[in-house]
Design a binder for this molecule. Structure first.
Ligand code: FAD
Length: 424
């Protein structure tokens, strides 16, 4: 496929917050916008743990990219895997799709899980970065409880025990949500199993949870996890994982058939083939306009980029709000360049750092240092995350699910659909 002679082509790689943000800001641009993702849906990563624990259903965390963008007229979507990028020839290669040339390129391929070489993790751990990851975890938890229901001896072997690695927001939110699922819905679903025998343990290498938050929020989070029966083991590192055991560097062996990995990220695998110098965590360094210094027609946005905050001089964290704002900024920048207008450097608007631990338990830290905990923080968290969801319909669905769960403790998504085509 080559660029049309009369209209410039903007090629967007990745349909996450960053890629979708860029495409949405290009809707009125006089250009052909082509977005390619390996999935045909946009994943809402911050709520994956709610999908894995049955609180939200598939369409609550995944939204069709065609539905989001194609009706905009100048946008085309392709489902394909990006395999190569040639900056000099301005061409991108794909698996099963003809190469596409571009006038402007937006790289928004996100990050990938980093197991830090932990033995057995790639084979046996349950990462939480994609919708298939969350589905795999949900099905596995349900399968282990059904197996233990048939054979109680499995409980003593650790079939229901879960180890969550990582004391940041992903690990804490996942551990809290699994503990609430166990003590709430599963305690009623499996009345003959002593639910207190199913343990949830959070392992963190550092000396405390939530290093990005103030000490009082860290203390609050540790207590809120304890209240939900999550056992926290700080200063511990997982050294190996097998299907039924987790070994710590201290030598302790935990009987657990599930290890959830929420501990680390690295830039998308593809960045290593681009022939450019990478920053910490395999992220791509960009200039103040988010373009590659060597190629002003190539913009890098979201988790894959190392964006320096113009206010603090620090590299911005890998967050949905950074991805969305950087993508939108680049969409606007390209639209302005196409219209022959001047462009502006990127300036991040910090809406605070926040995480939930469970029902009515959350922490929020605002830029000026103000903090919130409890229900108030959870409402603030909900407001910020609703704003990140791509459509009003998605927002309405999330509000209905959250309100339903808050009132009834119900988890309507806790079913597994097996893929056996001979099943009746
Ligand atoms: C479990 C979890 C919880 C989180 N919670 C929060 C939170 O509470 N608040 C917050 O602000 N942020 C949170 N984040 C971070 C936030 O989700 C990310 O910062 C954000 O999703 C990054 O957006 P992105 O567009 O850069 O990348 P992504 O959302 O990862 O999108 C990248 C896209 O590229 C596609 N892709 C990748 N490689 C290829 C390829 N080779 N070919 C084709 N397509 C490809 C992927 O399919 C994906 O659609 C969380 C992240 C996780 C994993």
């Amino acid at each position: 496929m080559s660029a049309a002679a009369d209209r410039p082509r903007v090629l967007i790689l990745g349909g996450g917050f960053a890629g979708v943000g860029a495409a949405q800001k290009l809707k009125d641009a006089d250009a052909d916008v082509v977005l390619v993702d390996r999935h045909d849906y946009h994943t809402f990563q911050p709520l994956l743990y709610q999908f894995a624990t049955g609180l939200l259903e598939t369409t609550g965390v995944g939204h069709s990219l065609r539905d989001l963008l194609e009706h905009r007229g100048n946008a085309t979507i392709h489902k394909a895997n990006v395999t190569s990028v040639d900056f000099d020839r301005r061409t991108v290669g794909f698996d099963g799709l003809a190469p596409i040339t571009y006038d402007y390129l937006v790289l928004g391929l996100g990050a990938e899980v980093n197991f830090f070489g932990t033995e057995g993790a790639a084979e046996h751990a349950f990462p939480m970065y994609t919708l298939p990851h969350a589905l795999r975890l949900k099905d596995h938890l349900l399968e282990r409880w059904e197996a233990a229901d048939r054979d109680r001896k499995l409980v003593a072997d650790g079939a229901l025990n879960v180890v969550v690695v990582g004391g940041g927001p992903t690990g804490v939110e996942t551990a809290g949500a699994i503990a609430e699922l166990y003590r709430g819905a599963f305690a009623k679903d499996y009345r003959d199993i002593a639910v207190e025998d199913a343990r949830v343990t959070l392992v963190e290498a550092g000396s405390e949870l939530f290093p990005m938050f103030k000490p009082k929020l860290r203390t609050y989070a540790a207590k809120a996890l304890g209240d939900r029966t999550v056992e926290v083991r700080t200063g511990n590192v997982v050294s190996s994982v097998s299907p039924t055991r987790v070994t710590l560097k201290s030598g302790d062996v935990l009987d657990a058939h599930t290890l959830v990995w929420g501990a680390g990220l690295q830039g998308n695998e593809l960045v290593k083939s681009l022939g450019i110098e990478l920053q910490r965590g395999n992220r791509i360094g960009v200039g103040p306009d988010l373009a590659l210094p060597q190629h002003s027609e190539v913009y890098v946005v979201g988790d894959i980029a190392a964006i320096t905050d113009s206010k603090t001089g620090q590299v911005l964290p890998q967050l949905g709000s950074v991805a969305l704002q950087s993508g939108e900024h680049v969409g606007e920048t390209i639209a302005r360049r196409l219209a022959g207008k001047a462009t502006k450097p990127f300036a991040y608007r910090d809406k605070g750092t926040m995480a939930t631990i469970g029902r009515k338990a959350a922490v929020v830290q605002m830029l000026g240092g103000r903090t919130m905990t409890g229900l108030k923080a959870q409402l603030a968290w909900g407001t910020v995350h609703l704003a990140l969801l791509p459509t009003n319909e998605d927002r309405a669905k999330a509000v209905v699910s959250w309100a339903g769960a808050a009132m009834t403790h119900q988890r309507v998504g806790r079913i597994s659909v097996d893929g056996d085509e001979n099943a009746q």
